[in-house]
Design a protein around this ligand. Structure first.
Ligand code: ASP
Ligand code: MG
Length: 419
């Protein structure tokens, strides 16, 4: 018997029929003797619908009132799921975030969880009840309802699992796990049975949008064993089979076995490149270029500056594509004349491709295999950045899929992992 947290996404909660399936699945785990806490999202489409209503009234809805409104989707879900469990004879109780309480800061629409009181939940579990807690929402110190940002139910579930020191947090979703890369780009992509949270963080932040990134940070910080698995299996599937399915997010220290050097290839087309040409190569230049960009609240990702030969150089960096126009305006309006630079050249047609794996820490030659593979495909690398467990390159966006396929093959990610 263990304490287990289940999280169900909007698709799983999408209709009364599906909610009954969730109840059946949870009832199976409860019948096996586990203490069960369930954290559901709003029914699919509901949060969008609510935000849409708000925008019909205010183009920039008041954040406090928006949270009051948007949090109701999850409240519908917990109420219905508790009823569905009771209907099949399982004692259950639902709670909104403020009733637990799930305490957050007061940053409406993107609040952070500060603490979760476990006493009420533990009392219910002790009495044999399944406890159902709203995802996505909490309460601030003044009693206002807050929400955690889109996709926040993942974080709610992992945070609840951390507070209760649950044995495992199972995130049921419409994919059956985390893959070596997007199977729509590489059909040979394989599901990873295990991935460390460090790798998962890199993959999530690089665009593998299986989990809200904050939930992965939470899992890492509080060492919550988290599993991503399919919600599409029949609810009465054998429990042991289900419990071993999907992808387990683990911790590097626990990885006894010889892991593959590279776990996955991540990619996105979310960024744009900006080059400030003919920049005088003297102290303070990077600050004079990027200072105003930061002041405009624009995040910068990759940066490169060449050593200069004749005293002038080019300075390039990437920003999110949504902020590209704004960044160009800042540079043209304030930076260009101040540092007497040449033209400011923008290029939104780029893609970022990364190889990710903790095995890189102990293996050399990863970068050279990556660069060789790209060169064999005739793909020019525009920028490079590295961390301990990741190498990223910026390339022309039309080559993105070719690059991902070639790298996936070169790193033998299509081959079954050694057991
Ligand atoms: N219902 C919220 C959303 O759609 C939270 C979640 O689903 O995780 O963003
Ligand atoms: Mg989600």
């Amino acid at each position: 018997m263990a304490l287990i947290v289940h999280k169900y996404g909007g698709t799983s909660m999408g209709s009364v029929e599906r909610i009954k399936n969730v109840a059946q699945r949870v009832a199976k785990w409860h019948a096996a003797g586990h203490q069960m806490v369930v954290v559901p999202s709003a029914m699919s489409g509901e949060t969008n619908r609510l935000i849409g209503l708000a925008k019909e009234i205010q183009s920039q809805p008041d954040p406090r009132e928006l949270d009051m409104l948007a949090s109701t989707g999850e409240q519908v879900s917990v109420g219905l799921l508790a009823m569905a469990l009771k209907a099949v004879g399982v004692p259950a109780v639902s709670y909104a975030g403020w009733q637990v309480p799930v305490r957050t800061d007061n940053a409406f629409t993107k609040a952070r969880i500060e603490s979760i009181d476990d006493s009420r939940v533990r009392a219910d579990l002790g009495a044999g009840r399944v406890v159902i807690i709203t995802g996505f929402q909490g309460v601030d110190a003044s009693g206002n309802i807050t929400t955690l940002g889109r996709g926040g139910s993942d974080t709610s579930a992992v945070a609840v699992a951390a507070a209760l020191e649950a044995e495992e947090c199972l995130i049921y979703t419409d994919v059956d796990g985390v893959y070596t890369t997007d199977p729509r780009v590489v059909p040979e992509a394989r599901r990873l049975a295990r991935v460390t949270f460090e790798e998962m963080l890199e993959m999530a932040s690089l665009g593998s949008k299986v989990l809200q990134i904050r939930s992965v940070e939470f899992a890492g910080k509080y060492r919550v064993k988290t599993r991503v698995l399919s919600s599409l299996t029949p609810p009465d599937i054998d429990l042991a089979t289900e419990a071993a399915s999907g992808t387990l997010i683990t911790f590097e220290e626990d990885e006894q076995m010889e892991k593959a050097v590279i776990s996955g290839i991540a990619f996105n087309r979310d960024e744009a490149k900006i080059t400030v040409t003919n920049v005088p190569d003297r102290p303070g230049i990077a600050y004079q270029i990027l200072g105003p960009v930061a002041e405009a609240n624009i995040d910068v990702d990759m940066i490169i500056q060449n050593a200069s030969v004749g005293g002038n150089t080019d300075f390039s960096f990437t920003v999110h594509r949504n902020e590209y126009q704004k960044a160009m305006a800042v540079l043209n309006d304030t930076v260009k004349s101040r540092i007497q630079a040449g033209d400011i050249v923008g290029d939104p047609k780029i893609a970022k491709v990364s190889v990710v794996g903790i095995g890189m820490r102990s293996h050399v030659g990863i970068a050279s295999l990556m660069f060789r593979t790209l060169s064999q495909e005739g793909i020019n690398i525009q920028m490079i950045s590295t961390s301990e467990i990741k190498i990223s390159v910026v390339i022309e966006d039309k080559y993105m899929e070719l690059a991902v396929r070639a790298l996936h093959k070169a790193f033998e990610l299509d081959q079954p992992a050694a057991a």
